[in-house]
Design a protein around this ligand. Structure first.
Ligand code: NAP
Length: 321
Protein backbone atom coordinates (compact mmCIF):
# COMPACT_ATOMS: atom_id res chain seq x y z
CA UNK A 1 0.00 0.00 0.00
CA UNK A 2 1.36 3.44 -0.93
CA UNK A 3 2.18 5.74 2.04
CA UNK A 4 -0.35 8.32 0.83
CA UNK A 5 -3.12 5.68 0.77
CA UNK A 6 -2.36 4.79 4.38
CA UNK A 7 -2.42 8.48 5.31
CA UNK A 8 -5.77 9.03 3.58
CA UNK A 9 -7.37 5.98 5.23
CA UNK A 10 -6.40 7.42 8.61
CA UNK A 11 -7.88 10.80 7.70
CA UNK A 12 -11.27 9.60 6.41
CA UNK A 13 -14.15 10.50 8.75
CA UNK A 14 -17.62 8.96 8.64
CA UNK A 15 -18.98 12.21 10.02
CA UNK A 16 -18.06 13.94 6.74
CA UNK A 17 -20.05 11.39 4.72
CA UNK A 18 -23.04 11.73 7.06
CA UNK A 19 -22.83 15.52 6.78
CA UNK A 20 -22.78 15.23 2.99
CA UNK A 21 -25.89 13.01 3.01
CA UNK A 22 -27.70 15.47 5.27
CA UNK A 23 -26.60 18.50 3.25
CA UNK A 24 -27.70 16.89 -0.03
CA UNK A 25 -31.31 17.37 1.07
CA UNK A 26 -30.94 20.99 2.18
CA UNK A 27 -31.95 24.10 0.26
CA UNK A 28 -29.32 26.71 -0.56
CA UNK A 29 -29.10 30.03 1.26
CA UNK A 30 -30.88 32.84 -0.53
CA UNK A 31 -29.13 36.12 -1.36
CA UNK A 32 -31.59 39.03 -1.70
CA UNK A 33 -28.97 41.51 -3.01
CA UNK A 34 -28.80 42.62 -6.63
CA UNK A 35 -25.63 42.69 -8.72
CA UNK A 36 -26.37 45.45 -11.22
CA UNK A 37 -23.41 46.22 -13.45
CA UNK A 38 -21.21 43.36 -12.19
CA UNK A 39 -19.38 41.41 -14.88
CA UNK A 40 -19.86 37.68 -14.56
CA UNK A 41 -17.97 35.05 -16.54
CA UNK A 42 -19.67 31.65 -16.87
CA UNK A 43 -18.23 28.70 -18.77
CA UNK A 44 -20.68 26.23 -20.26
CA UNK A 45 -23.71 28.53 -20.05
CA UNK A 46 -25.63 26.82 -22.85
CA UNK A 47 -27.35 24.14 -20.79
CA UNK A 48 -28.11 22.79 -17.34
CA UNK A 49 -26.56 24.56 -14.37
CA UNK A 50 -24.65 27.12 -16.44
CA UNK A 51 -27.78 28.17 -18.33
CA UNK A 52 -29.92 28.52 -15.20
CA UNK A 53 -27.13 30.40 -13.44
CA UNK A 54 -26.70 32.78 -16.37
CA UNK A 55 -30.42 33.60 -16.20
CA UNK A 56 -30.26 34.10 -12.42
CA UNK A 57 -27.33 36.56 -12.56
CA UNK A 58 -28.85 38.39 -15.55
CA UNK A 59 -32.20 38.69 -13.78
CA UNK A 60 -30.35 40.52 -10.96
CA UNK A 61 -28.65 42.98 -13.34
CA UNK A 62 -25.28 41.35 -14.08
CA UNK A 63 -23.62 41.61 -17.49
CA UNK A 64 -22.43 38.22 -18.71
CA UNK A 65 -19.48 36.92 -20.65
CA UNK A 66 -20.20 33.29 -21.46
CA UNK A 67 -17.57 30.85 -22.69
CA UNK A 68 -19.35 28.18 -24.72
CA UNK A 69 -18.49 25.66 -27.41
CA UNK A 70 -21.67 25.90 -29.51
CA UNK A 71 -22.19 29.10 -31.57
CA UNK A 72 -25.91 28.54 -32.32
CA UNK A 73 -26.84 27.85 -28.69
CA UNK A 74 -24.70 30.84 -27.62
CA UNK A 75 -26.46 33.22 -29.98
CA UNK A 76 -29.88 31.93 -28.84
CA UNK A 77 -28.83 32.48 -25.22
CA UNK A 78 -27.60 36.01 -25.98
CA UNK A 79 -30.89 36.97 -27.63
CA UNK A 80 -32.96 35.39 -24.84
CA UNK A 81 -31.03 37.05 -22.00
CA UNK A 82 -30.58 40.48 -23.57
CA UNK A 83 -34.26 40.52 -24.67
CA UNK A 84 -35.63 39.42 -21.32
CA UNK A 85 -33.36 41.19 -18.83
CA UNK A 86 -31.86 44.17 -20.70
CA UNK A 87 -28.28 43.30 -19.72
CA UNK A 88 -25.36 42.41 -21.98
CA UNK A 89 -24.70 38.74 -22.70
CA UNK A 90 -21.48 38.53 -24.69
CA UNK A 91 -19.98 35.18 -25.54
CA UNK A 92 -16.71 33.62 -26.62
CA UNK A 93 -16.65 30.37 -28.50
CA UNK A 94 -14.13 27.86 -27.18
CA UNK A 95 -13.86 24.11 -26.99
CA UNK A 96 -12.51 23.79 -23.46
CA UNK A 97 -10.87 20.48 -24.30
CA UNK A 98 -8.55 22.28 -26.74
CA UNK A 99 -5.48 23.98 -25.28
CA UNK A 100 -5.30 26.51 -28.12
CA UNK A 101 -8.94 27.54 -27.57
CA UNK A 102 -8.39 27.77 -23.80
CA UNK A 103 -5.32 30.02 -24.25
CA UNK A 104 -7.06 32.18 -26.85
CA UNK A 105 -10.14 32.80 -24.73
CA UNK A 106 -8.10 33.28 -21.54
CA UNK A 107 -6.00 35.96 -23.25
CA UNK A 108 -9.07 37.67 -24.75
CA UNK A 109 -10.67 37.95 -21.33
CA UNK A 110 -7.41 39.02 -19.66
CA UNK A 111 -7.23 41.91 -22.12
CA UNK A 112 -10.72 43.21 -21.34
CA UNK A 113 -10.61 46.60 -19.66
CA UNK A 114 -13.65 45.77 -17.55
CA UNK A 115 -13.09 43.84 -14.32
CA UNK A 116 -14.11 40.18 -14.03
CA UNK A 117 -16.13 40.40 -10.81
CA UNK A 118 -17.42 36.84 -10.59
CA UNK A 119 -15.99 33.89 -12.50
CA UNK A 120 -17.89 30.62 -12.55
CA UNK A 121 -15.96 27.67 -13.99
CA UNK A 122 -18.89 25.42 -14.73
CA UNK A 123 -18.32 23.62 -18.07
CA UNK A 124 -18.08 19.88 -17.64
CA UNK A 125 -18.64 16.53 -19.25
CA UNK A 126 -19.05 12.93 -18.15
CA UNK A 127 -17.65 10.21 -20.40
CA UNK A 128 -18.17 6.50 -19.76
CA UNK A 129 -15.57 5.73 -22.47
CA UNK A 130 -12.33 7.62 -22.49
CA UNK A 131 -11.64 10.27 -25.10
CA UNK A 132 -8.28 11.92 -25.57
CA UNK A 133 -7.71 15.51 -26.61
CA UNK A 134 -5.56 16.52 -29.58
CA UNK A 135 -2.66 16.86 -27.12
CA UNK A 136 -3.25 13.31 -25.84
CA UNK A 137 -4.75 14.32 -22.47
CA UNK A 138 -7.82 12.82 -20.82
CA UNK A 139 -10.69 14.97 -22.11
CA UNK A 140 -12.62 14.97 -18.82
CA UNK A 141 -9.49 16.18 -16.99
CA UNK A 142 -8.96 19.04 -19.42
CA UNK A 143 -12.57 20.27 -19.57
CA UNK A 144 -13.15 20.16 -15.80
CA UNK A 145 -9.71 20.94 -14.53
CA UNK A 146 -6.93 22.06 -16.85
CA UNK A 147 -9.07 24.67 -18.63
CA UNK A 148 -9.96 26.43 -15.38
CA UNK A 149 -6.38 26.07 -14.10
CA UNK A 150 -4.98 27.79 -17.21
CA UNK A 151 -7.55 30.57 -17.16
CA UNK A 152 -7.08 31.31 -13.47
CA UNK A 153 -3.31 31.20 -13.91
CA UNK A 154 -3.38 33.68 -16.80
CA UNK A 155 -5.86 35.97 -15.05
CA UNK A 156 -3.91 36.28 -11.80
CA UNK A 157 -2.42 39.72 -12.47
CA UNK A 158 -5.68 41.17 -13.81
CA UNK A 159 -7.71 39.86 -10.89
CA UNK A 160 -5.22 40.97 -8.26
CA UNK A 161 -5.30 44.50 -9.71
CA UNK A 162 -9.08 44.65 -9.14
CA UNK A 163 -10.60 45.70 -5.79
CA UNK A 164 -12.27 42.30 -5.59
CA UNK A 165 -13.06 39.17 -7.58
CA UNK A 166 -14.71 35.87 -6.71
CA UNK A 167 -13.79 32.67 -8.51
CA UNK A 168 -16.11 29.71 -8.07
CA UNK A 169 -15.26 26.25 -9.35
CA UNK A 170 -18.30 24.06 -9.91
CA UNK A 171 -16.92 20.87 -8.44
CA UNK A 172 -18.83 17.87 -7.14
CA UNK A 173 -19.33 15.49 -4.26
CA UNK A 174 -18.18 13.09 -6.99
CA UNK A 175 -14.61 14.11 -6.12
CA UNK A 176 -14.97 11.46 -3.38
CA UNK A 177 -14.88 8.75 -6.10
CA UNK A 178 -11.12 9.39 -6.33
CA UNK A 179 -10.89 7.80 -2.90
CA UNK A 180 -7.15 7.00 -3.06
CA UNK A 181 -6.19 10.32 -4.59
CA UNK A 182 -4.59 11.39 -7.84
CA UNK A 183 -1.93 9.39 -9.64
CA UNK A 184 0.23 12.26 -10.85
CA UNK A 185 2.25 9.86 -13.03
CA UNK A 186 -0.88 8.71 -14.83
CA UNK A 187 -3.33 11.61 -14.95
CA UNK A 188 -4.36 10.48 -18.43
CA UNK A 189 -5.27 6.89 -17.51
CA UNK A 190 -2.70 5.31 -19.83
CA UNK A 191 -1.64 2.71 -17.26
CA UNK A 192 -4.85 2.19 -15.29
CA UNK A 193 -8.32 1.03 -16.27
CA UNK A 194 -10.43 4.04 -17.17
CA UNK A 195 -13.90 4.36 -15.68
CA UNK A 196 -16.20 7.37 -16.01
CA UNK A 197 -16.56 7.75 -12.24
CA UNK A 198 -12.80 7.54 -11.58
CA UNK A 199 -11.91 10.01 -14.29
CA UNK A 200 -14.65 12.39 -13.14
CA UNK A 201 -13.66 12.03 -9.48
CA UNK A 202 -10.00 12.68 -10.28
CA UNK A 203 -10.75 15.76 -12.36
CA UNK A 204 -12.91 17.19 -9.57
CA UNK A 205 -10.24 16.35 -6.98
CA UNK A 206 -7.71 18.19 -9.14
CA UNK A 207 -10.00 21.25 -9.12
CA UNK A 208 -10.15 21.16 -5.32
CA UNK A 209 -6.37 20.82 -5.04
CA UNK A 210 -5.75 23.71 -7.43
CA UNK A 211 -8.07 25.83 -5.33
CA UNK A 212 -5.72 25.36 -2.36
CA UNK A 213 -2.76 26.70 -4.36
CA UNK A 214 -4.63 29.63 -5.87
CA UNK A 215 -6.04 30.52 -2.45
CA UNK A 216 -2.47 30.83 -1.15
CA UNK A 217 -1.45 32.92 -4.12
CA UNK A 218 -4.45 35.25 -3.86
CA UNK A 219 -4.02 35.88 -0.12
CA UNK A 220 -3.62 39.58 0.66
CA UNK A 221 -5.55 40.50 -2.49
CA UNK A 222 -9.26 41.04 -3.05
CA UNK A 223 -9.56 37.74 -4.90
CA UNK A 224 -11.28 34.74 -3.34
CA UNK A 225 -11.61 31.26 -4.78
CA UNK A 226 -14.04 28.59 -3.62
CA UNK A 227 -15.43 25.31 -4.90
CA UNK A 228 -18.96 23.98 -4.67
CA UNK A 229 -21.15 20.94 -5.30
CA UNK A 230 -24.21 22.21 -7.22
CA UNK A 231 -26.60 19.50 -5.99
CA UNK A 232 -27.68 16.43 -7.91
CA UNK A 233 -29.75 18.21 -10.54
CA UNK A 234 -31.38 17.48 -13.86
CA UNK A 235 -29.27 18.68 -16.78
CA UNK A 236 -27.89 17.53 -20.12
CA UNK A 237 -24.85 15.93 -18.54
CA UNK A 238 -23.74 12.65 -20.11
CA UNK A 239 -25.31 13.37 -23.50
CA UNK A 240 -22.02 12.49 -25.22
CA UNK A 241 -22.37 8.88 -24.01
CA UNK A 242 -24.06 5.94 -25.73
CA UNK A 243 -27.84 5.29 -26.05
CA UNK A 244 -27.94 2.83 -23.12
CA UNK A 245 -26.46 5.37 -20.70
CA UNK A 246 -28.81 8.07 -21.97
CA UNK A 247 -31.83 5.76 -21.64
CA UNK A 248 -30.95 4.94 -18.02
CA UNK A 249 -30.33 8.57 -17.24
CA UNK A 250 -33.64 9.67 -18.75
CA UNK A 251 -35.73 6.90 -17.20
CA UNK A 252 -34.06 6.45 -13.80
CA UNK A 253 -31.45 9.01 -12.68
CA UNK A 254 -33.34 12.08 -13.93
CA UNK A 255 -36.44 11.14 -11.93
CA UNK A 256 -34.49 11.44 -8.67
CA UNK A 257 -32.81 14.76 -9.43
CA UNK A 258 -33.61 18.30 -8.33
CA UNK A 259 -34.09 21.36 -10.52
CA UNK A 260 -30.92 23.26 -11.55
CA UNK A 261 -32.61 26.33 -10.03
CA UNK A 262 -31.14 25.22 -6.68
CA UNK A 263 -27.64 25.26 -8.20
CA UNK A 264 -28.22 28.73 -9.64
CA UNK A 265 -29.51 30.00 -6.29
CA UNK A 266 -26.41 28.60 -4.55
CA UNK A 267 -23.98 29.99 -7.13
CA UNK A 268 -25.64 33.40 -6.87
CA UNK A 269 -25.28 33.36 -3.09
CA UNK A 270 -21.62 32.30 -3.29
CA UNK A 271 -20.91 34.90 -5.98
CA UNK A 272 -22.73 37.89 -4.47
CA UNK A 273 -23.62 37.54 -0.78
CA UNK A 274 -21.71 39.69 1.69
CA UNK A 275 -21.56 36.60 3.93
CA UNK A 276 -18.81 35.36 1.61
CA UNK A 277 -16.67 38.52 1.75
CA UNK A 278 -13.08 37.38 2.30
CA UNK A 279 -14.04 33.68 2.46
CA UNK A 280 -11.65 31.65 0.33
CA UNK A 281 -10.33 28.12 -0.11
CA UNK A 282 -13.56 26.44 0.98
CA UNK A 283 -15.78 23.69 -0.42
CA UNK A 284 -19.56 24.10 -0.22
CA UNK A 285 -22.35 21.60 -0.77
CA UNK A 286 -24.70 24.14 -2.35
CA UNK A 287 -24.07 26.82 0.31
CA UNK A 288 -23.14 24.67 3.31
CA UNK A 289 -19.42 24.39 3.98
CA UNK A 290 -18.05 20.84 4.04
CA UNK A 291 -14.67 19.19 4.44
CA UNK A 292 -13.58 17.60 1.14
CA UNK A 293 -12.10 14.09 1.06
CA UNK A 294 -8.53 13.67 2.41
CA UNK A 295 -6.91 13.38 -1.06
CA UNK A 296 -8.55 16.68 -2.03
CA UNK A 297 -7.00 18.42 1.01
CA UNK A 298 -3.42 17.26 0.45
CA UNK A 299 -1.35 20.43 -0.02
CA UNK A 300 1.81 18.50 -0.86
CA UNK A 301 0.07 16.79 -3.79
CA UNK A 302 -1.63 20.10 -4.69
CA UNK A 303 1.72 21.80 -5.34
CA UNK A 304 3.03 18.76 -7.23
CA UNK A 305 -0.11 18.90 -9.36
CA UNK A 306 0.53 22.62 -9.88
CA UNK A 307 3.92 21.85 -11.45
CA UNK A 308 2.50 18.98 -13.52
CA UNK A 309 -0.32 21.21 -14.77
CA UNK A 310 2.08 23.97 -15.78
CA UNK A 311 4.11 21.51 -17.76
CA UNK A 312 1.00 19.96 -19.40
CA UNK A 313 -0.08 23.45 -20.41
CA UNK A 314 3.40 24.53 -21.49
CA UNK A 315 3.36 27.37 -18.98
CA UNK A 316 6.32 28.75 -17.07
CA UNK A 317 6.23 28.67 -13.30
CA UNK A 318 6.01 32.25 -12.09
CA UNK A 319 6.20 31.42 -8.38
CA UNK A 320 9.55 33.22 -8.02
CA UNK A 321 8.31 36.28 -9.90
N1 NAP B 1 -25.95 17.89 -12.84
C1 NAP B 1 -25.49 17.48 -11.65
O1 NAP B 1 -26.20 16.80 -10.88
C2 NAP B 1 -24.10 17.83 -11.23
C3 NAP B 1 -23.62 17.36 -9.99
C4 NAP B 1 -22.34 17.70 -9.59
C5 NAP B 1 -21.56 18.51 -10.39
N2 NAP B 1 -22.02 18.96 -11.58
C6 NAP B 1 -21.15 19.82 -12.40
O2 NAP B 1 -21.88 20.92 -12.88
C7 NAP B 1 -21.28 21.42 -14.08
C8 NAP B 1 -22.35 21.67 -15.12
O3 NAP B 1 -22.90 20.43 -15.50
P1 NAP B 1 -24.42 20.21 -15.92
O4 NAP B 1 -24.93 19.12 -15.06
O5 NAP B 1 -25.15 21.50 -15.98
O6 NAP B 1 -24.21 19.56 -17.36
P2 NAP B 1 -24.67 20.02 -18.80
O7 NAP B 1 -26.14 20.35 -18.83
O8 NAP B 1 -24.18 18.96 -19.72
O9 NAP B 1 -23.86 21.37 -19.05
C9 NAP B 1 -22.49 21.35 -19.31
C10 NAP B 1 -22.07 22.63 -19.99
O10 NAP B 1 -20.66 22.51 -20.29
C11 NAP B 1 -20.48 22.70 -21.70
N3 NAP B 1 -19.36 21.92 -22.21
C12 NAP B 1 -19.19 20.58 -22.19
N4 NAP B 1 -18.04 20.24 -22.78
C13 NAP B 1 -17.47 21.40 -23.20
C14 NAP B 1 -16.28 21.72 -23.91
N5 NAP B 1 -15.44 20.77 -24.36
N6 NAP B 1 -16.01 23.02 -24.16
C15 NAP B 1 -16.86 24.00 -23.75
N7 NAP B 1 -18.00 23.76 -23.10
C16 NAP B 1 -18.30 22.48 -22.83
C17 NAP B 1 -21.80 22.24 -22.33
O11 NAP B 1 -21.92 22.77 -23.64
P3 NAP B 1 -23.04 22.24 -24.69
O12 NAP B 1 -24.33 22.94 -24.32
O13 NAP B 1 -22.49 22.67 -26.00
O14 NAP B 1 -23.13 20.75 -24.52
C18 NAP B 1 -22.79 22.83 -21.34
O15 NAP B 1 -22.96 24.21 -21.56
C19 NAP B 1 -20.23 20.38 -14.46
O16 NAP B 1 -18.95 20.84 -14.08
C20 NAP B 1 -20.62 19.16 -13.65
O17 NAP B 1 -19.55 18.30 -13.38
C21 NAP B 1 -23.27 18.63 -12.02
Amino acid sequence: MKPKTRQYIREYKWSNILAMIKNNGRDPQFCPDGCKGKNVVITGATSGIGYTTARKFASKGANLVCVNRNPEKSERLRQEIEGEFGVSCAYKIADLSSLSDIFRVAKELAELEAPLDVIIHNAGNYLTKQELTAEGFDKVLVVHYLSSFIMNYLWQDKLKAQPQARIILVSSEGHRFAAWGLDLDDLNWARRRYTGLQSYGSAKTAQLLAMLCFEERFRDSGVTINTMHPGAVKSDTGQDNGPLYRWFKRNFFDKTLRSPEVSAEALYYLGVSKDLDGVSGKFFNLTTEEEPSPPARDREVAWQLWDTSLSMAGLKNDVEK
